[in-house]
Design a protein around this ligand. Sequence first.
Ligand SMILES: Cc1ncc(COP(=O)(O)O)c(C=O)c1O
Length: 350
Amino acid sequence: MKYWNKRLQKMTEYIPGEQPDNLNEFIKLNTNENPFPPSPAVLDALQKACNGDLRRYPNPNAQMVRELFAKKNSIAADNVFVANGSDEIFTLLFRGFIEPDGIAAFPYPSYALYYTMAEANGIAYDKITLDDNFDIPFDEFLKKKYNLVIIANPNNPTGKGVPIDQIKKFCSKFIGLLVVDEAYVDFYNETALPLIKEFDNIVITRSFSKSYSLAGLRVGLAIAQKDIIHGFIKLKDSYNVDRIAQAGAYAALLDDKGFKYSISMVRNNKEYLEESLEELGFQNVPSKANFVFTKHPNIDSKTIYEKLKENKILVRYFAGPIQSEYIRITVGTMMEIKKLIKVLSEIIPD
Ligand SMILES: Cc1ncc(COP(=O)(O)O)c(C=O)c1O
């Protein structure tokens, strides 16, 4: 890495969950994708977008997506930024919002990309450990003058949600910028979005990767007061969201029926997964997302992860304090869950 700067040479790399090429050989329950495909209306819009217009650049701000999301949520298009996956929003946040001597804070365990992006940009940060119930100790985030706090609600990998009145209370006391990452909010819907009208220090992020089954397309949103959105627009690449992604996201926002159906299927399967795991003696953390963070008293989680992998079932195991006691299992189709439970019942010692 001799041509890269020292910071980059030293930084911890973000390791995404495994994405095997031979997808059909695996039951893939490791990166919280939706097990159901995009709706026929969305697939149709995507196919139609594959035409000669691809020789032209896309709309630089994905204006149609902005406007449709804004209309559906009774806000202005200027309150919405369309990103190349919500991950792009985190990249831009660190690039633009914090001065080099600023300091950020994130809960731990949480989405590891926050720590990686802070490091990549040379921003100091504190990891604030969740309490024993995996809840966010908000008072700890007020003990220093943090410039930026990012929380995921519901949190990944725990799946726990924070009530909106707690976020509101925190926002009114906090002097920095609070980012609420709502990548999983659609599954159980407790959004902090209305708070953008009241507070100028809150950004909500959304993703099309989970509830809309479009992880392969890379679209995310940031919602905030106009001034903050303007910052994202100044910082982004000129054409950050391609034509096909814009067409897919627009069609997905239009297709309420397909969306609601997919969510209800995931919720139904999640209940089945949780109950089946409990019957096998697993201890589940209560989840408001499309995954379950769980452990078993008779066998360590790394062994479960490895044995499942031998059986071509991928779940997520994270090294590190607290989280290494657990595995995170994404809700799959009914057939996938049944296979998982069968293999688990053979792995778990009596
Ligand atoms: C909490 C959280 N935020 C954001 C993302 C990434 O979302 P996107 O695919 O929109 O970049 C993930 C993906 O796993 C996530 O778990």
